[in-house]
Write a protein that binds this ligand. Structure first.
Ligand code: GLY
Length: 226
């Protein structure tokens, strides 16, 4: 039974049955799929969170909106940190439920949930895990948006909207690292299949693409995302 008491756990880690631990070599490197029997999410538990922890989880809420839900994105633009917890969390959980039901073992569409995570895990791991997960995901999401513009996958207006919303929530959008450092860290991440990495890149708000990318191109794409 999972009882999430942070925004991050409520909208992401308590749903979908991914269980893992971090190893010295990287984040979430040992784990298994094991679905909980029950998830009890009482949003009243969020009222006592330090603001920094609350804010951190909002990176995953914003991620969900960019992936699947432009009206939700617009609601976050309008309400900022004052969003309706119960309704917004329920909506994020519904999106994640649908993806997990379609691809429980992360062999296809579930990859989309890694938006911001390939770049983000690299930043997080280079910080020695002193940078929180949500902040790393925010930086990774902004990098993915800038890289997508460079690759002609999305327009500058979309990237600007994404970066603006992350900043409205007080989340960082720049990695203070070089592309070489980031790509080396990303390549020790578990989300690598042989010589390609599946990058998740926004096309527009509410729709993202899974882009299989040769490892040899990762550093230059990271550079474009800086
Ligand atoms: N947190 C990403 C996933 O559950 O697939």
């Amino acid at each position: 039974v999972q009882v999430p008491t942070t925004v991050l756990a409520a909208v992401d880690s308590s749903v979908g049955g991914k269980t893992a631990i971090d190893l010295g070599a990287g984040k979430n490197l040992a784990g298994a799929f094991w679905q909980p029997s029950y998830v009890l999410c009482d949003v009243n538990t969020l009222a006592t969170l330090p603001m920094e922890v609350f804010r951190d989880g909002c990176a995953e809420v914003i991620k969900t909106a960019i992936l699947f839900d432009e009206p939700l994105f617009m609601e976050l633009v309008r309400d900022g940190l004052g969003f309706d917890w119960e309704r917004v969390i329920a909506r994020c959980v519904a999106h994640k439920r649908d993806i997990v039901a379609a691809d429980e073992f992360d062999r296809g569409q579930r990859n989309l949930l890694n938006l911001g995570h390939t770049f983000g895990h690299a930043v997080e791991s280079l910080s020695g895990f002193t940078l929180s997960h949500g902040r790393a995901v925010a930086i990774g999401t902004a990098m993915a948006a800038r890289a997508a513009v460079h690759l002609g996958i999305c327009d500058q207006g979309t990237a600007t909207r994404i970066m603006w919303l992350l900043q409205k929530f007080g989340l960082p959008i720049f990695a203070e690292r070089t592309a070489a450092e980031l790509s080396e860290a990303a390549l020790s991440d578990k989300k690598r299949a042989g010589d390609t990495v599946n990058l998740i890149l926004p096309q527009k708000v509410g729709s993202c693409a899974i882009v299989p990318t040769p490892v040899s191109e990762l550093e230059s794409i990271m550079q474009a995302g800086l």
